[in-house]
Design a protein around this ligand. Structure first.
Ligand code: C2E
Ligand code: CA
Ligand code: CA
Length: 793
C-alpha cells in the first residue's frame, strides 16, 4: 500500500469511482424522470384514444339511428304488430351489428327490444344470440331523455351496459316514437382498447354507491369469482387514485345518468412497461462496468509506467550505493522523470569524479602529483606476487633543508617539483614500474632492470643540468639507497626500510649510491649504544687523530694535512667517523669532539714544527660548531695557547653548514678570516650553492667533492665540471683542492688543469700522526716514479 505505484493507482480508482458514480446518478435520475414522463405520456395517450373511440362509436350510433329513423319501411311497421317491428328492428341492427335495438312508442312504452346476447362473463366465445329484451311492454325508464332530445346515453339493461343513441321517428311533424341503437360496453370493447393501448382495460359501473366490474379485457376472469373480485378491487383502487406501485394506471369517469357512473380503468404492469427501459439500463450498466474495468486497467498501467523509471532509479541508487558507478540508467522519457534520471546520471558522474579525485588524492602527492606511499605499497605487493626481481631505489634530494631555510619553502617546493619532473622523464623507460614521491625530499623508484649502473647514470644525467629559478641557479643532486628483491627481502615493508637504511648510510660514506647491506642494520642498533659510548670516548682517550696529506701540485710537496678523527672503540674496534660524527652532531657531543680535534691537531703542529715539517693543518668544522657562541673565542684561545700561526690553520666547512644560517656563518667565518685563518668549502659540488653565492663568503679555497674526482678518468662530464669549477674558482681568486684522487690519471689531469692541492688514497690514506711523520720524512717530494716503484714492490 505504501508504494507510490499503489498510491497512484488508488488515486485513479477513487477518481474513477467518483466520476462513474456521478455519471451513474445523473443517468439514473434522468432515466427515472424520462420513465415517469413516458408513463404519463402513454397513459394520457391511452385516455385520449379511449375518449375518441368511445365518442366515435357514439357518433356512429347516432348517425345510424337517425338514418334508420328515416326508414319508411320501419315507420310503416312501427305501430304494427310486434313481429313485423322486431324483424325490421333486427334488420337494422344487423346492418351495424348493434347489440341493442329498441323501439319506444310515442307514449313512452318500449314496444320492441332486441338484445344481442354477448356477455363474456357468461360466454367467452363472443358469439351472441339475438333475443327479445325483458323490457318490452314496459315504460321507458328515462322519459326525460325523450323530451330533451339528447341522443347519446349509457343504458343498463339486464346487467348489460350499452352506449345508446336515441333518434325520434317522425311522420310529418308528428313524432310517432323513438328508435334506439346501442353497442354493449363489454369485454370486446375492453379487449379492443387493450389491443390499441397495450393496457388492461376494465369498465366499472357505480350505482347505488357501489362499484361493479362490468367488463374487463382479461378474458380469464370469467373462470373464477376470486379473480373477478381481485380485478374489481384493483380497478376500484385505481379509480380512487390509490395505484399500487407495481402498476401504471389511469382512469376516466363518465357520469351519465342519475346515480350511475361509468368508470374506465386502464392499467399495466410497471415492470412490463419499463422492461425496455430496464434493458437499456442494463446495457448502460454493463457499459459502465466495462469502462470502469478498462479505466482501472489503464490506471494500473499508468501508475506502473509512472513508477517504472522511479523503480529503475531506485535500483540504480542501490547499485551506486554498492560502489558501482559504471552502470548508467538509460532513460528515453523526456519528462521530469527523464530529467530526474538524467540528473541522477550526472550526480553519479560527479560522485565518480569526486571519488576519483579523492582516490587520486589518496594515492598521489599533492605537490608533485606523483604516486605516494599508498601507491608504492600496492605496486610493491603486486611486484612481489609476480615474483620477478626488482629494485627499490630510495632517493633523497641533497640538502633540501638548506634550500628551504635559506631561499624559502617556495624555492624548496620548486626544487622538489623540478626534480619530480626530471625523474618523471624516466617513465619512458620500460624498467620503471613506479615513481613515488614519499613527501618532502624523498622519492622512491621501483625498477625491474638489474642494470643498476645504467639506471643511476640515467637518473644523474637527468638531474645534471642546473635548475634556474628566479635568477638562482641550483644544482639538483640525489643520494640513493637501494634494496634488492628478492636478494635482500621478500617483504614490501622491509624492502622500503632497507632502501631507507642504505640511503642513510650514504651520509656516512659520502657515496651518492648505496646498496643495502645487512651490516647497516646492525649498525643502526649499535648506533644507540654508540650514543652512550661516545660520551666516554674523549675522557677515556679512545679518540685518535689521523692525518691525510694534501699535495701541492706545483711543487709536488705535501704542504697541508687534514685532521680526520678515528674512534678506537674498546669492544667494537675502529669506528669510521661517518658512523659517529653524525651522532655527535645529533647529540650535541660534536662541540667537545671538535675542540678535542682542534687542540690535538694544533699540538701535533707543534710536534711537526719541531721536526722541521712546516705543515698547514686542516680541521673539519661542523655546522653545529658554527652555532656555538664561544666557538670563536675557543679557537683564538687555543691558537694562542699552542702558538700556531693562524694562517697555518684551514677550517673545512661544508656548503650546507654555511647555507643553514648564512648571516651568522658569514659573520663568524669573517672573524676567522680576519684572524688570519683560511676557510675551505668542503664537499663542494654536492650542495646547491652557486659560485656567485660563494663569492659573498669569506672563503679561500674550494674543496671539490671526491664524487667528481673519483671518476675523472672515465667520465668526461666530470672533467668538464671539475675544469670549469677550477677556472671559476681561480677567477674568483680562490684556490682549489681536489679530494678523492685514487689514480694517477686524476692526479695528472688535475696537475694539467692547474688545481692547487690534491688529496686522496693515491697519494696517501689518512694515517696516524707518527706513521704520517715517517711517510713525510721518507717522501719530502712526492714522486710518481717513486710511488709506482713503491707500489710495484
Ligand atoms: P671529509 O672531510 O670529506 O674527509 C675526507 C674523507 O675522504 C675521509 O674519510 C678520507 O679518508 C676520505 N678520502 C680521502 N681520500 C680519499 C680517496 O682517494 N678516496 C676515497 N674514497 N676516500 C678518500 P673519513 O676520514 O672516513 O672521514 C669521513 C668524514 O668524516 C669526513 O669527510 C668528515 O666530514 C668527517 N670527519 C672526519 N673527521 C672529522 C672531524 O674531526 N671533525 C668533523 N667535524 N668531521 C670529521
Ligand atoms: Ca674535510
Ligand atoms: Ca670532503
Amino acid at each position: 500500500m505504501k508504494s507510490l505505484q499503489n498510491k497512484i493507482f488508488l488515486f485513479f480508482v477513487l477518481l474513477l469511482v467518483v466520476v462513474q458514480a456521478i455519471a451513474f446518478f445523473t443517468l439514473y435520475s434522468g432515466n427515472k424522470s424520462q420513465e415517469a414522463a413516458e408513463i404519463n405520456n402513454r397513459l394520457t395517450t391511452a385516455k385520449t384514444i379511449f375518449t375518441e373511440l368511445f365518442n366515435k362509436r357514439l357518433e356512429y350510433l347516432a348517425a345510424f339511428a337517425e338514418t334508420a329513423a328515416q326508414d319508411y319501411g320501419l315507420k310503416e311497421v312501427f305501430n304494427d304488430d310486434t313481429r313485423s317491428l322486431l324483424v325490421a328492428l333486427n334488420n337494422h341492427r344487423k346492418r351495424i351489428d348493434a347489440d341493442l335495438v329498441m323501439a319506444i312508442s310515442a307514449s313512452g312504452i318500449i314496444t320492441g327490444q332486441l338484445q344481442k346476447q354477448f356477455n363474456s362473463m357468461v360466454n367467452g366465445q363472443g358469439l351472441g344470440k339475438v333475443r327479445q329484451g325483458i323490457e318490452r311492454g314496459q315504460n321507458f325508464r328515462f322519459p326525460q331523455w325523450l323530451a330533451s332530445g339528447q341522443a347519446a346515453h349509457l343504458y343498463l339493461v339486464d346487467e348489460a351496459l350499452y352506449q345508446v343513441s336515441l333518434s325520434p321517428i317522425t311522420v310529418g311533424s308528428k313524432t310517432i316514437g323513438w328508435l334506439a341503437f346501442g353497442f354493449q360496453i363489454d369485454q370486446r370493447l375492453a379487449s379492443e382498447f387493450q389491443s390499441i393501448t397495450g393496457l388492461n382495460t376494465d369498465f366499472m359501473l357505480k350505482y347505488e354507491g357501489m362499484w361493479r366490474l362490468i367488463a374487463s379485457s382479461k378474458a380469464n376472469l370469467a373462470q373464477t369469482t376470486k379473480l373477478k373480485i381481485a380485478e374489481k378491487e384493483l380497478a376500484q383502487k385505481i379509480i380512487q387514485s390509490k395505484i399500487p406501485d407495481q402498476y401504471i394506471a389511469t382512469h376516466s369517469l363518465i357520469t351519465e345518468f342519475d346515480q350511475q357512473e361509468l368508470g374506465v380503468v386502464m392499467y399495466g404492469l410497471r415492470a412490463n412497461f419499463v422492461a425496455l427501459l430496464q434493458q437499456q439500463w442494463w446495457r448502460l450498466l454493463i457499459l459502465a462496468a466495462l469502462t470502469l474495468f478498462i479505466s482501472l486497467a489503464s490506471a494500473y498501467f499508468i501508475a506502473a509506467s509512472i513508477t517504472r523509471p522511479i523503480k529503475r532509479l531506485l535500483a540504480q541508487a542501490k547499485v551506486v550505493a554498492s560502489g558501482n558507478y559504471q552502470q548508467r540508467i538509460t532513460v528515453t522519457e523526456k519528462d521530469e522523470l527523464g530529467q530526474l534520471a538524467q540528473g541522477f546520471n550526472e550526480m553519479q558522474i560527479a560522485v565518480l569524479s569526486r571519488e576519483k579525485a579523492i582516490m587520486h588524492h589518496a594515492n598521489h602527492d599533492p605537490l608533485t602529483d606523483l604516486p605516494n606511499r599508498n601507491a608504492l605499497n600496492k605496486t610493491l605487493e603486486n611486484l612481489i606476487t609476480q615474483a620477478q626481481p626488482f629494485r627499490v631505489l630510495h632517493l633523497n634530494i641533497s640538502r633540501l633543508k638548506d634550500v628551504n631555510d635559506t631561499l624559502g619553502h617556495n624555492v624548496g617546493d620548486e626544487v622538489i617539483k623540478e626534480l619530480a619532473r626530471r625523474l618523471n622523464l624516466l617513465n619512458k623507460q620500460e624498467y620503471l614500474q613506479l615513481l613515488v614521491h614519499l613527501g618532502a625530499d624523498e622519492f622512491v623508484l621501483l625498477v625491474t632492470s638489474t642494470d643498476l649502473d645504467k639506471i643511476i647514470k640515467q637518473i644523474q644525467d637527468n638531474l645534471e643540468a642546473n635548475f634556474n629559478y628566479q635568477g638562482i641557479s641550483l644544482q639538483l643532486q640525489v643520494r640513493i639507497g637501494v634494496a634488492l628483491y628478492p636478494e635482500n627481502s621478500k617483504n614490501a615493508k622491509s624492502l622500503i626500510q632497507m632502501a631507507d637504511t642504505a640511503l642513510h648510510h650514504t651520509r656516512r660514506t659520502g657515496k651518492l649510491v648505496q646498496l643495502y647491506h645487512t651490516d647497516y642494520d646492525v649498525n643502526t642498533v649499535e648506533r644507540l649504544n654508540l650514543i652512550n659510548d661516545l660520551k666516554q670516548a674523549i675522557p677515556s682517550g679512545e679518540l685518535e687523530l689521523y692525518f691525510q696529506p694534501k699535495l701541492c701540485l706545483r711543487t709536488m710537496v705535501v704542504t697541508h694535512v687534514e685532521a680526520l678523527v678515528r674512534w678506537q672503540h674498546p669492544t667494537l674496534g675502529m669506528i669510521p667517523p661517518d658512523d659517529f660524527i653524525y651522532i655527535a652532531e645529533q647529540t650535541g657531543q660534536i662541540k667537545a669532539l671538535t675542540r678535542w680535534v682542534f687542540t690535538t691537531a694544533l699540538q701535533q703542529f707543534g710536534i711537526w714544527k719541531k721536526l722541521g715539517l712546516n705543515l698547514n693543518i686542516a680541521i673539519n668544522i661542523s655546522a653545529e660548531n658554527l652555532k656555538e657562541t664561544d666557538f670563536y673565542q675557543f679557537i683564538c684561545q687555543t691558537i694562542l695557547l699552542t702558538e700556531v700561526p693562524a694562517e697555518k690553520i684551514t677550517l673545512e666547512v661544508t656548503e650546507s653548514a654555511v647555507v643553514e644560517d648564512p648571516q651568522a656563518a658569514i659573520q663568524l667565518l669573517s672573524q676567522f678570516k680576519a684572524h688570519g685563518m683560511k676557510i675551505s668549502i668542503d664537499d663542494y659540488g654536492t650542495g646547491y650553492s652557486s659560485l656567485a653565492q660563494l663569492k659573498q663568503l669569506p672563503v679561500h679555497e674550494l674543496k671539490i667533492d671526491k664524487s667528481f674526482i673519483q671518476r675523472l678518468e672515465h667520465d668526461e662530464d666530470d672533467q668538464i665540471i671539475v675544469r670549469s669549477t677550477i677556472e671559476l674558482a681561480h677567477n674568483m681568486g680562490l684556490h682549489v683542492v681536489a679530494e678523492g684522487i685514487e689514480d694517477e690519471f686524476s692526479l695528472n689531469w688535475l696537475i694539467k688543469n692547474d688545481c692547487e692541492l690534491a688529496q686522496g688514497y693515491f697519494i696517501s690514506r689518512p694515517k696516524p700522526a707518527k706513521e704520517l711523520t715517517r711517510w713525510l720524512l721518507d717522501n719530502p717530494i712526492f714522486s710518481l716514479a717513486k710511488k709506482n716503484e713503491k707500489e710495484s714492490v
